[in-house]
Design a protein around this ligand. Structure first.
Ligand code: SF4
Length: 417
């Protein structure tokens, strides 16, 4: 099946010249350039950094694409560099990730079960995490439960005491950086019998996740949510995913005060093709601006070392991960990079039932078979392994022995000319 899938992609690329188009003409935009897409495919295929292709920055001319590191030779061997980060900084019961990134929420319904399984298998093998998104917790994920984040979002789809107990980290999704204030909408076309069963709904019915959580209008309301989850699953780590509004630092400190272990800020530019372009580009604050504001504010309040700050929304490469950490995050959440690793062409058809020709953002049974879990997991692990090598090399060049030493080191960043 995997070979059939590869042949399918190859055939599509080969057909482009017959349409009068160069082979890569349909790929990419200013943030995810065709070079970054091809470089991600290469890393997912080989596990190695590509040569002769730009794999560090896109062409947006701003944000992460304007930043670079001040490198020096340090004498530290890349193999000695630690990439692990702790997630629990406020009470007992440690959860440590081997890598400073994990997979963001993608629900059953928005993506295929096989892609979810690929991500869970890769998360377990790499010592990191993946999130269910808000479409419920398929039982196929149970063998990977120590590496699964259960998401509770405004639709409360598939949320039960069992799903909260089947995870090490529970994530409240209050908003998504790609479409803050808009909630979610799964088109009827994608609501198969299985998706409807998981979401306790009816087949071929459009499903909406409202905005906001109508039970939460204050920090005190939010604390009741956190207390509920901690009662159902004592010892679970609580993550709070929020967008990046203008008062993002107030949202962050409120989340901490309510008992969160992890504050996950999600800037604009993330999301799949299902998020409206106008929302992705115009509502949330870019993550590059939000991270230092939150880091600085939590530090000034004396709680920075008691909470883990995770950033997402446009993290494309290991270099973006490093820049986010240098700006003040502890780690990152990734999404689009993972879809590209298994062959996504960034075509933007994610919301349609049979729109994803690769088998990622689909609930069509046949299309979903294009991604076999073992094959998908291998692609993701190859990408992680290439990123880890790049990050270790970068940290060694900066004279740092661990990724935790990079946090908040804005002095190591320079603007590209
Ligand atoms: S290839 Fe699939 S996952 Fe990627 S953008 Fe297109 S529809 Fe979405």
């Amino acid at each position: 099946m995997a070979e059939k899938h590869r042949a399918h992609i190859r055939r599509g690329i080969e057909l482009l010249p017959q349409l009068g188009l160069p082979q890569d003409s349909a790929l990419g935009d200013l943030r995810w350039t065709k070079e970054l897409i091809l470089a991600t495919w290469w890393q997912a295929l080989t596990g190695k950094s590509p040569e002769n292709i730009e794999h560090r920055i896109g062409a947006s001319g701003g944000g992460f694409d304007r930043l670079d590191f001040k490198l020096s030779s340090s004498g530290i061997a890349a193999e000695q560099v630690s990439l692990s980060i702790p997630l629990n900084r406020r009470d007992s019961g440690q959860v440590t990730l081997s890598l400073p990134w994990y997979g963001g929420g993608m629900s059953l319904g928005s993506v295929s079960l096989n892609f979810m399984l690929s991500r869970a298998m890769a998360a377990k093998a790499a010592g990191t995490l993946t999130s269910t998104g808000e479409g419920g917790y398929p039982s196929e994920l149970l063998p990977y439960k120590d590496h699964v984040i259960t998401q509770v979002a405004t639709g409360m789809f598939g949320v039960s005491e069992e799903t909260i107990q089947s995870c090490r980290v529970m994530e409240f999704k209050y908003a998504q950086g790609a479409k803050p204030g808009l909630g979610g909408h799964l088109l009827a076309d994608k609501v198969t019998a299985e998706v409807a069963r998981m979401r306790e709904s009816a087949e071929k019915t459009s499903l909406y996740s409202p905005f906001p959580f109508h039970s939460v209008y204050s920090v005190e309301d939010h604390k009741k949510h956190v207390d509920w989850v901690k009662t159902v699953h004592p010892g679970v780590l609580v993550s709070v995913k929020v967008s990046t509004p203008i008062d993002v630092e107030m949202v962050a400190i409120g989340s901490y005060d309510a008992g969160a272990h992890i504050i996950h800020i999600d800037g604009g530019y993330g999301g799949t093709g299902a998020a409206p372009e106008i929302a992705k580009k115009n509502i949330a604050m870019p993550i590059e601006l939000a991270i230092p504001r939150v880091h600085r504010y939590l530090s000034s309040e004396g709680v920075r070392d008691k909470v883990t700050l995770i950033a997402s929304g446009g993290i494309r490469t290991a270099y973006d991960v490093a820049k986010a950490i240098a700006l003040g995050a502890d780690g990152c959440v990734i999404g689009t990079a993972e879809t590209i690793a298994v062959g996504c062409t960034h075509c933007g058809n994610c919301e349609r039932g049979r729109g994803c020709q690769i088998g990622i953002c689909t609930t069509d049974e046949l299309l979903g078979q294009f991604i076999q879990p073992e094959w998908g997991a291998r692609r993701l692990l190859n990408l992680y392994s290439s990123w880890a090598a790049q990050l270790r090399e970068l940290l060694a060049s900066l004279g740092l022995k661990s990724v935790q030493e990079l946090r908040g080191r804005k002095d190591l960043l320079v603007y590209r000319r």
